[in-house]
Write a protein that binds this ligand. Sequence first.
Ligand code: FAD
Length: 466
Amino acid sequence: MNDYNAVDQTILAQLREITGDEHVIDDPEKLAAYKTDEETNPRYHHLPEAVVFPGSVNEVAAVMKLANRRLFPVTPRCGGTSLCGGAIPARGGIVMVMTRMNRIKEISEQSLYMTVECGARTEDVQKAANAKGLLYAGDPCSADSCLIGGNLATNAGGNKAVRYGTTRHQVYSIEVVTPLGEIVNLGARLNKKTTGYCLEQLIIGSEGTLGIITGAVLKLVPLPPYRIDLLAIFTDVDKAIDIVPQIIKAGINPTSIEFMANNAIQSAGRYCDLRFAHFADGSYIIVTVETFSEDELEQKAVLLDELCSEGGAAEVLEADERVWRLRKAYSEAARSESKVNSHEDIVVPVDSIAAMLKKMNEIEKKYNLEVRTVAHAGDGNIHFIPLKMDMSDEEWEETLDKFHAEVYEYVYSLGGRLSGEHGIGCKKVDTMERFTDPVELKIMKTIKKALDPNGILNPGKIFTLD
Ligand SMILES: Cc1cc2nc3c(=O)[nH]c(=O)nc-3n(C[C@H](O)[C@H](O)[C@H](O)COP(=O)(O)OP(=O)(O)OC[C@H]3O[C@@H](n4cnc5c(N)ncnc54)[C@H](O)[C@@H]3O)c2cc1C
């Protein structure tokens, strides 16, 4: 199954015929940019044999048909911001970069939808909706550099998921090129549908292993005109976390509830030169509330203030965009401390976040690791970045493996999962095999084999096939 052919001169010539000469790269120096995405550990890097930039769905389909005839792997790539090695060509072959297919084709203010190509940048999609007084609610922290196709492929979450859901909830339908090179539209612009299997939702979140998403019809919603951001500062981390379910239960319907541990506040604060109160000993809860009336906003802000103050907040402040700058700098700040690090993305039930953080703290201490921690706390999604400080490469890999093993064991004991939004990619294949129910894994592999009998599309991701 995995006996692939090299991308030779004949294949290169055929690729050039499909996309045009200038849209195929095979110069090793230029290929180097595609050996990784945001993954910094060279252990996972892999040089592609060629990179192709298709300009239309028909070109994507033609490349996939060629790949099946000549048996070489294809790794789809949009913005390349994956944090789990998802866009790395783990088994070589070609990387298919979707950036040329970047049009926003239609916005319907009347019927609240937007038709896009997969290479449209997420922030451009958000801005285009906002310009019409509408909201596209997908909002990963990487919105300025990731693309809609990548968001769909990973079911990206982000800051607004607590109110609006993840990317899969923002979609009516997708245009897909199957692993065998057929073109199909899955889903429809309907608010309900029980007409056979929901295949669009199977492809969304499959990390580019079941089909190449070339376009989508996205849902838009009215943009709430009133907004407030509050920063609740706690000196007791347990109290900070305890406030999260209370905010949800109070019916405030916040757009975001984010948590920053003190280690992340200090790291991001130094990186952006931003200091808020309790810089040295605080844990932050950032809450955004958006409403359609000023009165409702006022009421909810008062209620939030009361809840947080009664819940033990040392201070509750009205915040501005600086607090989001701090939160969004989390990844870059950690990277500036140590180029070698590991982005983690576990998810646990919201009522288990406190237990998880406590346990992680114990394990960090046991292995003497420096870790930076934040959470999309409203949906139980904890991000943590262990940093390689004073240790050899061997020590780092060994320590990280042991640290992960204990963390994931605990995550699963709480009913959690390995990833809330970044995905499995090539980084967590072994862990996926270890922690996933064998029957569940067998079903996934059966689906993969049925859709991609030659194992062409993004091999080496999520799991390996025998
Ligand atoms: C600073 C920073 C902050 C981040 N914050 C968030 C966050 O808040 N929430 C979140 O969910 N993620 C976050 N991420 C991770 C990342 O941005 C998301 O996973 C994003 O959805 C990836 O989009 P991309 O366009 O960069 O995709 P890529 O990295 O190019 O690809 C991601 C995966 O999708 C596949 N793929 C790409 N395009 C297609 C396509 N057209 N069809 C089929 N498969 C495809 C790839 O093969 C790969 O497996 C963050 C990353 C960074 C660096």
